[in-house]
Design a protein around this ligand. Structure first.
Ligand SMILES: O=C(O)CCC(=O)C(=O)O
Length: 301
């Protein structure tokens, strides 16, 4: 699926934007399922195992931060991982054995859908090695106006910046950190169906959505099977117990088979502890952990 230029670009820059990974029918099906979930959220009044509600959510105007773990709530979200062009991209970047860590459908409602402050995924879930990536499937057209994903090229080869604020894991870097090189930011826009990939150590974030269009991006985070978690902030799999963990690991093995001999590399690790008051999602970790915002306030009309 990927040519040598694309693979080298990913490893050099820590991100990649790929077109035409999904067929039109696959995209249409993902969109229809996603919008069905949003429609069903009209009945929901509090965040729960499926929905992370944004402020202002109501039956009249659904406003979600995200749909949590979509692969657990609809088989098509699992299918697309295991049997589509996406699977080929993952093989090209991670090899023949890979494990799903988590998934989320970040919905960024129009008219102010929440920012994701700048962070490195690695700070949330250090592993025994860093052959880990996140990819996003754009289910809407993503433009500069509706809160696109932004990345800092090459940051996956640099340090892991502090994600702590006053001693608490706040899940975001300080935008005034001298190691945060804002002048290098690249914005990843594209038509619905485009795929973004970023390395677990790549600095990334996204601004609030002040446009009148939603911004649905379906994210999955995937590890080479020999990368084993040391800790995962907010990860459900740490609470499963051994038998259920084993069954769950098999279900999360999207390519090849589980690897029972972790590869241990010299990687920079700081545990995402102590947790913020509410660590149930990145939005809540950043808010309750007192993360400083990097993004400008809503422009005056
Ligand atoms: O939704 C976005 O723009 C970024 C998502 C992200 O980085 C995350 O959820 O960890």
């Amino acid at each position: 699926m990927l040519d040598d230029y694309q693979k080298a670009f990913y490893w050099d820059n820590g991100y990649l934007l790929i077109e035409n990974v999904l067929g039109a029918a696959e995209l249409a099906q993902l969109q229809a399922i996603a919008y069905d979930f949003i429609e069903a959220s009209r009945e929901v009044t509090e965040s729960n195992d499926i929905y992370d509600l944004d402020s202002g959510h109501s039956a009249q105007t659904p406003r979600l931060n995200r749909i949590k773990l979509p692969h657990k709530h609809h088989p098509y979200f699992d299918h697309i991982l295991k049997k589509s062009g996406v699977t080929e991209v993952l093989k090209d970047l991670l090899g023949p054995n890979a494990t799903l860590l988590t998934s989320k459908l970040n919905t960024k409602a129009p008219g102010g859908g929440a920012a994701v402050e700048w962070h490195q995924d690695w700070a949330f879930y250090p592993h025994t090695n860093d052959d880990i990536l996140a990819f996003g499937l754009m289910l809407d057209d993503v433009t500069p106006e509706n809160g696109p994903l932004q990345v800092i090229p090459g940051s996956h080869k640099g340090p892991i910046l502090s994600h702590h604020m006053e001693g608490v894991f706040c899940g975001a870097v300080d935008p005034d950190d001298p190691m945060f090189e804002a002048d290098k930011i690249v914005t990843l826009t594209g038509r619905a169906g485009c795929m973004t990939v970023h390395h677990a150590r790549t600095l990334h974030g996204s601004a609030p959505n002040y446009s009148d269009r939603s911004r649905l991006i379906l994210f999955y985070e995937i590890a080479k099977a020999d990368a084993w978690p040391l800790l995962g902030s907010g990860s459900y799999f740490h609470t499963l117990g051994q038998q259920r963990f084993w069954e769950d690991l098999q279900a999360r093995t999207i390519i090849g088979e589980p690897c029972l001999t972790p590869r241990v590399e010299l990687v920079p690790v700081r545990m995402p502890l102590p947790p913020a008051a509410d660590s149930s999602s990145i939005f809540r970790t950043q808010r309750s952990g007192g993360a400083k915002t990097a993004f400008a306030p809503k422009p005056e009309k």
